[in-house]
Design a protein around this ligand. Structure first.
Ligand code: IPE
Ligand code: IPE
Ligand code: MG
Length: 239
């Protein structure tokens, strides 16, 4: 079975999970963190090299203040509580998204996680935090423009192959498989550039209910797909 090198997950449905139980939304987010812990473990064991998780989007600021503050608090708690454990298991943490404008203590924690785990070589865990693809692409265009202005690059050198160097995901392979939980069928501004040829799997379960068997099911679905990248399947070439 072909295992995708890079799996990216839109962890959606925490609020509805909580609502279905008569609980406040924050209870869903807490349960979501537990599902994340288990997924990181399972992904490593299943031989996935890169796992990207959408934790907070650039549009999630539009939620009520108290929910935003709950989500910020949970990220801090996750890094404070789990960083040592992730490091012990050889997980390398990277963070994509806009850092400017984040609270200084959150920025410091994100930087600490990246620094501490820089040399680790088992699973690569990429956390998309304050991330939005359009924002990422616009910032990349600005970086490229500044590099041209400074005389560091020639405008003609900017192409579909080289532009990725300006994105937050530079050095990270494109996702092979994108999973979204909660039944929604959209990308919500996630990895729009990088998802060009990703296989998509949408699962009905809410994120806090996502577990090892759901990940295995998504991997099975991935293995049954035929990826053509715009070409012709090998067996049809001579026809
Ligand atoms: C995903 O769950 C978590 C974040 C977006 C941070 P939601 O909070 O979006 O849950 P639903 O979609 O309202 O059920
Ligand atoms: C996407 O989920 C963002 C994260 C999972 C962090 P949303 O719940 O924010 O997306 P929409 O609003 O349903 O498109
Ligand atoms: Mg949602």
């Amino acid at each position: 079975m072909t295992t995708p090198a890079h799996v990216a997950i839109i962890m959606d449905g925490n609020g509805r999970w909580a609502k279905a139980r008569g609980l406040p939304r924050v209870a869903g987010h807490r349960a979501g963190v537990e599902a994340l812990r288990q997924t990181v473990r399972a992904a490593g064991e299943m031989g996935i090299e890169w796992l990207t998780v959408y934790a907070f989007s650039s549009e999630n600021w539009s939620r009520p203040k108290s929910e935003v503050s709950d989500l910020m608090g949970l990220l801090k708690l996750f890094i404070r509580r789990d960083l040592a454990e992730l490091h012990k298991h050889g997980v390398r943490v990277r963070v994509i998204g806009e850092r400017d404008g984040l609270e200084p203590d959150i920025r410091a924690l994100l930087e600490e996680a990246e620094e501490l785990t820089r040399a680790n070589r088992s699973l690569n865990l990429v956390i998309a935090f304050n991330y939005g693809s359009r924002d990422e692409i616009a910032r990349a265009a600005r970086k490229a423009a500044l590099a041209v202005k400074a005389g560091k690059i020639d405008p003609d050198s900017i192409s579909a192959d080289t532009f990725g160097e300006f994105l937050d995901t530079t050095g990270i392979p494109d996702p092979d498989l994108i999973i979204r939980t909660s039944g929604e069928l959209r990308l919500s501004n996630f990895l729009l550039w990088q998802a060009a040829y990703a296989e998509l799997v949408f699962l009905p379960c809410y994120w806090p209910d996502f577990g090892r068997t759901d990940l295995a099911e998504a991997l099975r679905s991935f293995a049954s797909r035929e990826r053509r990248f715009g070409g012709v399947a090998a067996r049809d070439v001579a026809l």
